[in-house]
Design a protein around this ligand. Structure first.
Ligand code: SF4
Ligand code: SF4
Length: 316
């Protein structure tokens, strides 16, 4: 898949509001990618991400970087003594003591000054270069599916290394480049104060090399899990139950299973919290049967899960 195909698939499956942003750090002497332009005014890295997710492709040498901290963290320029010592964090009242500031600085990832000569950013669909990382600005629900996709083939949980400081430079760019592991960030003082990220959005950064695997997993999740969760398949009956004057239960629920539709997959039996449904053999075929309907609590799990829509609940 090329950059455009990856961006199109991700945007469609995750219903992204913003383009994923391709970010590359250019080494000294390395050719500048095509179709990127220098912004007319210096920008912070977080602002450049904002512009890129809105369709702009940018080339950012040190002179175009407005944040000395971000530029130094990404190895474009030396760090100023006051930023290196942590003194500025105290002056901005972002941290209480020099010890806290120094600990925060010591535990973030940085590149040595001079490692890189520029940053380039573009909406992934337009990127003429292979990015180091791809940064998403997204809602928690979209982040959740990206996490599921990252766990899909391994089952592994994620350990994120993040803070409310140096969000897009340290936690989303350098951290991900160095570790080659996905990371999250909720933004930082600078990113929240100076870019257009909304209060309901946060960031995920993914090593570019992992993007095709994530897209493959999202395609699998899009068959059932994503559309079902987005349709809130369990929600309407729960609302009905809560709104009922009389508690639902006892003999008040009919659980009807259409044995002609049922393929015997067993999902309903596995999910039923009240052991109402059992798999039985009927005419030599495995089929679901509501053997203890009086115990049904009308949670709607079986009806929502059944891939055949074979289960119908009637609350009397
Ligand atoms: S989930 Fe549906 S198809 Fe699967 S066993 Fe239950 S009733 Fe049958
Ligand atoms: S509605 Fe809930 S309790 Fe009732 S049969 Fe289905 S899964 Fe079991």
């Amino acid at each position: 898949m090329n950059n455009n195909e990856l961006a199109t698939a991700l945007t469609k499956m995750l219903t992204l509001r913003w383009s994923p942003v391709a970010v590359k750090l250019v080494k000294p002497g390395e050719k500048v990618p095509e179709k990127v332009t220098q912004p007319s005014v210096p920008l912070r890295h977080c602002q450049a991400i904002t512009l890129a997710r809105r369709g702009n492709s940018l080339y950012m040498p040190p002179s175009r970087h407005a944040c000395p901290d971000g530029a130094a963290i990404m190895g474009l320029v030396p760090m100023s003594p006051k930023l290196r010592s942590g003194e500025l964090y105290l002056l901005f009242k972002k941290l209480p003591t020099i010890e806290c500031a120094q600990k925060m600085i010591a535990t973030r990832q940085e590149f040595e000054a001079g490692t890189y000569a520029a940053t380039v950013l573009a909406p992934l669909e337009d990127a003429t270069f292979e990015p180091d990382v791809v940064i998403f600005t997204m809602y928690p629900e979209q982040m959740m599916w990206l996490m599921c996709a990252a766990s899909y083939s391994t089952g592994e949980r994620h350990n994120f290394h993040t803070s409310g400081y140096n969000s897009t430079c340290a936690d989303l760019t350098v951290q991900v480049m160095k570790t080659q592991q996905m990371n999250i960030s909720f933004g930082c003082y600078g990113a929240r104060a100076i870019s257009d990220i909304s209060d309901f959005e946060a960031y995920v950064s993914v090593p570019f090399q992992q993007l095709p695997t994530l897209v493959g997993a999202l395609e699998k999740l899009s068959v059932k899990s994503i559309p079902e969760a987005r349709r809130r398949i369990y929600m309407p009956p729960v609302i009905d139950k809560v709104a009922c004057a009389e508690p639902v239960g006892g003999n008040s629920v009919d659980v009807r299973i259409d044995s002609n539709q049922c393929t015997g997959c067993g999902l309903c039996e596995a999910f039923c919290p009240e052991a109402v449904i059992r798999m039985v053999t009927m005419d030599g075929k495995q089929t679901a049967s509501a053997s203890a309907a009086e115990k049904c609590c009308a949670c709607y799990t079986c009806a929502g899960q059944c891939p055949q829509k074979a289960i119908q609940l009637t609350v009397r």
